[in-house]
Ligand binder design. Structure first.
Ligand code: MTE
Ligand code: MO
Length: 469
């Protein structure tokens, strides 16, 4: 094999545009990625940030690159090596240097950014999920927060711009506590990726949790900043920004409809406590949005800015993610603008005990089954049906729910049932499905709801067990 040409940092730096060609370095390798630009899953513009320089710092931020498949893909574009002793990666600070300690029982789906779910068996013990076992869904490094410098900025259509410290929030407004479930739109994605490959964090059923959140209402704070219910405003959205940001300085962001801020019954909080404790670093210290009945993604953590606007958030996560499409839509055909951003999630449920592939013993022919059920938009769960014979017969489960006001059922229900096992059958599939108070219920198969992002999977949940008595 002929030796690869040697290049100097200067040569690489000159190839920082499409005309000259786009080169990058990784360790001592030099790569011409011009032809790969349009294929980059994160978009050509993200890759262009590294043009003419090292990709090492970017890979430190976006650690989904750190695998053999991607390293060998990159090798395919190798054109040379850096002259000896030259290193373009410099010494970059680890963007993940502020990550907190985490509970060892969490099932880690990705380290950097940190994504981890609650083991199913631990989800169903209590109506309130313990803080350190509550799933964590971060898209970026946990930001460093200096409380002395922390100021929540509030601005936009019809408002005077104000800044509030944590202390201001805690002392100037009435304190409220609500019980609400948070669920990632990707919860139960694993059943979708089993059917057909999906790019996205794997989640079994544990990207959900319920907590008691304390803080002040978004409504009170916006009114203090000048929002007037009766005034004519053409603002339609409330945007939220987090302190966490990427290499471009782009922060995490999302928005909800302004009705959720104006209506008293929407209960949207700027929360600083979770189950009676200050928010932890992973869950958004010092302040996060709790938009009950609305998908996890809009519950912005490490809240830094609130903007009232005509436009919804232009963030990647509002515009190009957390949307669902037809099962036949794929990345080469998707028109992101054709679907609305997910707000209120659909009705879902899952079996948390027994586990998939667990051996179970029956007692008088019955199998004990436990799980959760949840619906967005303040819909309460009215029924959970469980079957062990493929849906021929169903047993109605006993529900345990947090008491809630009409149309403001923000929390999940836990349930349990004793289900008759089909006689003389060892391998059994147990199924559950929930129905909410609008009589929304779950579809039987994943195939009909499969979508390229793997979101909102609410097909009947199924676990396979083996009877061993
Ligand atoms: N807020 C910020 N600032 N950054 C994030 O990455 N992730 C969102 C949301 N808020 C996120 C965020 C998503 S997708 C979910 S599901 C929830 O936070 C998860 O909240 P948790 O980690 O407290 O469970
Ligand atoms: Mo999420």
């Amino acid at each position: 094999q002929p030796a690869l040409p040697i290049y100097h940092a200067e040569d690489v730096a000159n190839h920082n545009n499409k005309e000259q060609g786009v080169w990058v370095t990784y360790k001592d390798g030099v790569y011409d990625v011009t032809d790969f630009l349009e294929m980059h899953p994160g978009g050509a513009s993200r890759l262009m940030l590294a043009a003419g320089g090292a990709i090492d710092p970017f890979w430190a931020m976006y650690q989904q690159h750190q695998n053999d498949e991607i390293r060998s893909l990159l090798e395919g574009y190798r054109i040379g090596s850096l002259a000896g002793g030259q290193d373009m990666s410099q010494q970059v600070a680890d963007p993940y240097s502020h990550e907190p300690q985490r509970h060892p029982a969490l099932i880690v789906r990705s380290q950097k950014p940190f994504n981890a779910e609650t083991p199913a068996a631990l989800l169903i013990g209590k109506l309130y999920t313990p803080n350190d076992l509550f799933y964590v869904r971060n898209h970026l490094p946990v930001p460093a927060v200096d409380l002395a410098a922390y100021a929540l900025r509030i601005e936009g259509e019809g408002l005077r711009t104000i800044e509030l410290s944590l202390k201001d929030l805690q002392t100037m407004f009435k304190r409220h506590t609500i019980s609400a479930t948070l669920q990632c739109a990707g919860n139960r994605r694993i059943d979708m990726s089993d059917l057909k490959d999906i790019k996205g964090t794997t989640w079994a059923a544990g990207a959900i949790g319920n907590a008691e959140w304390s803080g002040v209402t978004l409504k009170d704070v916006l009114e203090y900043a000048g929002l007037d219910e009766s005034s004519e405003t053409d603002a339609e959205h409330v945007q939220f920004e987090g302190l966490d940001s990427d290499m471009e300085g782009v922060c995490y962001g999302a928005s909800i409809l302004i009705e959720k801020a104006i209506n008293k019954g929407a209960d949207v909080l700027l929360a600083f406590e979770m189950n009676g404790r200050p928010l932890s670093k992973d869950h958004g210290y010092p302040v996060r949005v709790i938009a009950p009945g609305i998908v996890g993604a809009r519950n912005v953590k490490w809240l830094s800015r609130i903007i009232i606007s005509k436009e919804e958030s232009q963030s990647h996560w509002q515009q190009h993610d957390y949307k669902s499409f037809s099962p036949n839509t794929d990345y080469d055909t998707v028109d992101w603008d054709s679907a609305p951003a997910i707000q209120e999630p659909n009705v879902t449920s899952a079996i948390c005990s027994p586990n998939n592939h667990e051996a179970v013993t029956t007692s008088e022919g019955m199998i004990p089954v436990k799980g959760f059920a949840y619906s967005g938009g303040g819909h309460s769960i009215v029924r959970v049906d469980v079957s062990a014979d493929g849906g021929k017969t169903w047993t109605v489960a006993d529900l345990r729910s947090v008491p809630a006001k009409r149309s403001r059922a923000w929390s999940w229900s836990l349930w349990e049932a004793e289900v008759p096992a089909p006689a003389a059958q060892r391998d059994i599939e147990i199924i559950c499905k929930a129905t909410d108070n609008a009589y929304n219920t779950q579809p039987d198969s994943v195939a009909g709801v499969w979508n390229l992002r793997g979101v909102l999977n609410n097909a009947w949940h199924r676990v396979k067990v083996q009877v061993t008595d």
